[in-house]
Design a protein around this ligand. Structure first.
Ligand SMILES: NC(=[NH2+])NCCC[C@H](N)C(=O)O
Length: 702
């Protein structure tokens, strides 16, 4: 078996010249721990994709198994770090360039391999070597660049490199590339671009198995509006969960609900006054919100006379008049207030009074049930519904003890606080851990939660997808954790933040819940679709399609910029079919599906196509772009930006749309039609893979 793992130049040439090579090299994986793990990864990958609803062709069944994955080199044997030619076609070229250039220059091939960078536009080549990065002393990089270009040996796989300033640019020769890339995509389908060199491969000891990541995202507050921050967290978190899954990690998707605190005592009391069992069951989220608004109005109404009375007492006291009567009155008002009622009720919840908890628990359960349905529309399902309420009192208690023992916390005016300025973190200021009245805070529960999660899950990494408004909160959380002696735990945590969405409202008013937003965008999308009557007629289920397009529209707008940047929620812009929008992306996918249907060609025709007939620049550029997909996935794991994937997909749609007139299928000679259709199907597959990674449901037609 070991021989197969070697990847010398002789093997390389074989790999590129024979399309069938890959399947021939599939072998028994059971003996190598590395490969055994790889197989686990493959299986794990199928889960989310199988559960996501899809309308696309390749979802019909065909389980992807390890035997269809080509393996002819692994990290174990390759001298190049993170080199997986069987998973990433570009690695084959990196290897080849490293070896060839190393041979003629005496530079360490591994060094060259590591410095080879991908390009942003195809006119800059497929790989580029920034010569200064090789740090060769005593020679001008420009001259070196020219020298390398001249010395580079003739190659079947890359054109002679071009020296452009300090960069050595490599362009792949089309024939071998096309055979490899198109052949692989047609075979690997949804697996193409997955199992990259992160996670498991990163691990020094593969026998430890898959790495585990907790991704905490969405995390709305029960009975309060699902605001733009929650929407962004949901979208970005969903993407990251998909990303880590295809990279081979075990992913735990966690929703940390805002479901605890005095306001939930208020909610229960409000429900007793204004609630309806029937409406609650029908529409829990909206009903609880209505109740919450009503009872909060009561609180606000009661505040005015209390305030007035307090002022009267104050002015009388100033005049040294007797206030005993008024104070009694105030006490009574306070005693009877909803605010005090809520406090009392919440106290009994905190004390674990089962009756007090029963109603609250029903609200929570019904809300979760409803949330689940909405998340499903976004192809998201959570593994854990945690929340502020779920943090055990013992965890809080133990956190206080540790803080005290380590000298992190101190008493201040009856409260327990952490003064970060005394612990070398000036910017973090001070934070209250326990209030004067003995109650814990938002931060306190997060501290308890981090310790619980460490114990329960032993995670390798944990990501919090939370708005940038909470930068300070999370920085404080991680710092306290570290100060408490959990430096290692804190080091495995990361805050993925994002900017604000401005002006998110539905046409009927301000936004309350995610469903309202999705409904509004779906309706708008339906209007837009109806404008093209001829096309509209052909759509089987226009409402469902409009809904899917609407969801894609919202998500694409959200993913268009960098996370840290905010953006304006713009219904008109996001639902347009022009520009780089969700509907346009779906159109690009649907158009490719329609071409397949009209061509009448079958999958086996495409696999058998003579790809040497793809000679046009448009075709070659498309293949070059398709070869980059595995690298794009890896890069997005570095940037943690959905935008990295989205930008790539739009680049592909642009190449596609400029090529349709040149690369016609209908009316072309049969063999040419087959080759072109094989290329289009590959493009559709990669578009599909990318859309799924981002969390969209690609449509077949609309
Ligand atoms: N572990 C955390 N604090 N996660 C973020 C929770 C977000 C919070 N429920 C909010 O709406 O603001």
């Amino acid at each position: 078996m070991g021989r197969h793992l070697l990847s010398g130049p002789w093997r390389f040439s074989e790999a590129l010249s024979q399309r069938s090579h890959f399947s021939e090299l599939s072998f028994d994986t059971s003996r190598s721990p590395f490969l055994r793990n790889l197989r686990i990864k493959v299986r794990s990958f199928q889960k989310p994709y199988a559960t996501m609803s899809s309308t696309s062709q390749d979802q019909a069944g065909a389980p992807v198994s390890i035997s269809t994955l080509s393996l002819h080199s692994t990290n174990e044997k390759s001298k190049f770090p993170y080199c997986f030619p069987s998973l990433n076609p570009v690695d084959v070229y990196r290897q080849h360039i490293g070896e060839s250039l190393g041979q003629v220059t005496g530079i360490d091939p591994v060094k060259i391999y590591q410095r080879l960078a991908w390009t942003n536009t195809l006119d800059k080549g497929d790989l580029s070597l920034p010569v200064p990065s090789l740090q060769i002393k005593g020679k001008n990089p420009q001259d070196l660049c020219k020298e390398f270009a001249e010395k580079f040996p003739p190659s079947d796989f890359v054109h002679p490199p071009t020296a452009t300033g300090q960069h050595l640019q490599f362009f792949f020769k089309p024939q071998a590339l096309t055979n490899t890339v198109v052949g692989r995509i047609l075979k690997e389908k949804a697996m193409y671009g997955t199992n990259g060199n992160h996670g498991l491969h990163n691990s020094a000891d593969p026998s430890k198995g898959r790495k585990k990541i907790i991704i905490e995202f969405s995390s709305p507050n029960i009975a309060k509006p699902f605001h733009a921050g929650h929407l962004r967290s949901t979208i970005i978190g969903g993407f990251l969960a998909n990303l880590y899954t295809i990279l081979g990690w075990e992913v735990i998707k966690m929703n940390y609900l805002g479901d605890w605190g005095k306001q939930y005592g208020l909610l229960v009391n409000g429900y007793k006054r204004y609630g309806s069992e029937e409406v609650l069951l029908k529409d829990p989220i909206n009903h609880l919100f209505d109740v919450y608004v009503k009872i909060n109005n009561d609180v606000a109404r009661q505040e005015a006379p209390i305030k007035e009375l307090k002022e009267q007492i104050k002015s009388k006291q100033e005049k040294n008049e007797d206030v005993a009567e008024l104070e009694k009155e105030l006490e009574k008002l306070l005693e009877d207030s909803e605010d005090e009622n809520a406090r009392r009720y919440f106290k009994s919840m905190e004390d674990g009074d089962q009756d007090a908890l029963a109603l609250w628990k029903r609200f929570r359960d019904l809300s979760i049930e409803k949330y689940k349905k909405t998340y499903a529309r976004l192809n998201i399902d959570f593994d854990v519904y945690s929340g502020e309420s779920q943090i055990k009192p013992e965890s809080l208690k133990s956190a206080y003890d540790i803080m005290e023992k380590t000298g992190v916390s101190e008493r201040s005016q009856g409260a327990l606080i952490v003064d970060f300025t005394k612990h070398g973190a000036k910017k973090l200021g001070k934070a209250i851990i326990v209030r004067k009245d003995g109650t814990p805070l938002y931060l306190t529960r997060d501290i308890g939660a981090i310790l619980e999660r460490e114990q329960t899950f032993h995670f390798d990494k944990m990501i919090y997808v939370v708005a940038a408004q909470q930068d300070l909160h999370l920085a404080q959380l991680f710092k306290v954790t570290e100060l408490m002696g959990y430096k290692d735990t804190a080091g495995r945590c990361q805050h993925i933040n994002f900017g604000m969405v401005r002006g998110m409202s539905t046409r009927k008013g301000t936004v309350k819940f995610l469903d309202d937003i999705l409904k509004d965008v779906g309706d708008k999308m339906h209007e837009v679709m109806k404008k093209n009557a001829a096309k509209y007629e052909q759509v089987e289920d226009p409402y469902k399609t409009a809904d899917t397009l609407g969801i894609t529209a919202v998500m694409v707008q959200d993913m268009t910029g960098k996370r840290v940047n905010g953006y304006d929620f713009n219904l008109e812009a996001m639902t347009s079919f022009e520009g780089d929008t969700g509907p346009y992306l779906q159109y690009a996918h649907a158009r490719l599906c329609s071409m397949t249907r009209k061509s009448g060609l079958k999958p086996e025709d495409l696999v058998a196509a003579d790809l040497s007939l793809l000679t046009e620049t448009h075709a070659i550029d498309l293949v070059r772009l398709l070869s980059q997909w595995p690298d794009v996935v890896l890069n997005s794991a570095k940037t943690m930006e959905p935008m990295t994937v989205l930008t790539y997909l739009f680049r592909m749609t642009h190449i596609l749309s400029s090529g349709y007139d040149v690369l016609k299928v209908l009316g072309s000679e049969h063999e040419v039609a087959k080759a072109r259709m094989a290329l289009y199907e590959s493009a559709r597959q990669v578009l599909h893979n990318g859309m799924r990674l981002l969390g969209f449901s690609p449509v077949d037609r609309y």
